[in-house]
Ligand binder design. Structure first.
Ligand SMILES: CC[C@@H](C(=O)O)C(=O)SCCNC(=O)CCNC(=O)[C@H](O)C(C)(C)COP(=O)(O)OP(=O)(O)OC[C@H]1O[C@@H](n2cnc3c(N)ncnc32)[C@H](O)[C@@H]1OP(=O)(O)O
Ligand code: CO
Length: 136
């Protein structure tokens, strides 16, 4: 794994949280994107070299809606950048971690993503991200 790619934060109201994080970080979000497959609307902030992803639920049965219902707003996952997501998933599986997505899927901000179950990572949901070609 190369570095932390982003930290994902679950929020109830993306618009309100965009305003809050803009005040907090002193920069505006550089992008907003809806990812239908995950049931989320996201926004992204850069602060120095670090990226924050805010996530609002768009689907009542989606992972963010369920997380918000159980735990409330807060840090939802840590994402790591990798060069070869398939190889990294195989390595983690071999090490005994539970992989949620055997096949990487399209995430936000031009990434291929896959998740590792928090029950096998001390309660922290881990996302792997590999750069993907821009969608046309
Ligand atoms: C925008 C796209 C992408 C990007 O490009 O960056 C994203 O970031 S998408 C982010 C949203 N998508 C995901 O989270 C996908 C991966 N998550 C899942 O597949 C599921 O949420 C899960 C982790 C498998 C849990 O699903 P499920 O078992 O159906 O939900 P439960 O609510 O019943 O939870 C079971 C258990 O797990 C705990 N949990 C759930 N989410 C988290 C979390 N984010 N961090 C820590 N723990 C989590 C939950 O509390 C339950 O625990 P117990 O109550 O103790 O059983
Ligand atoms: Co993410």
């Amino acid at each position: 794994m190369k570095k932390i790619e982003h930290i994902g934060i679950a929020v109830n109201d993306l618009k309100a949280s965009n305003n809050l994080f803009e005040k907090l970080l002193g920069v505006a979000p550089y992008k907003e994107e809806e990812v239908l497959s995950e049931g989320v609307k996201t926004s992204f902030f850069m602060t120095g070299p670090n990226k924050i992803e805010l996530l609002e639920a768009t689907h009542i049965d989606g992972p963010i809606a369920k997380f918000l219902a159980k735990k409330g707003e807060g840090v939802h996952h840590i994402a790591f950048a990798v060069d070869d997501i398939v190889a990294e998933l195989a390595r983690l599986k071999e090490e005994g971690f539970t992989i949620i997505n055997e096949v990487p899927k399209r995430g936000a901000d031009n990434k291929l993503v896959a998740f590792v179950h928090p029950k096998t990572t001390n309660g922290v949901l881990i996302e792997l991200c590999q750069e993907a070609p821009e969608e046309t």
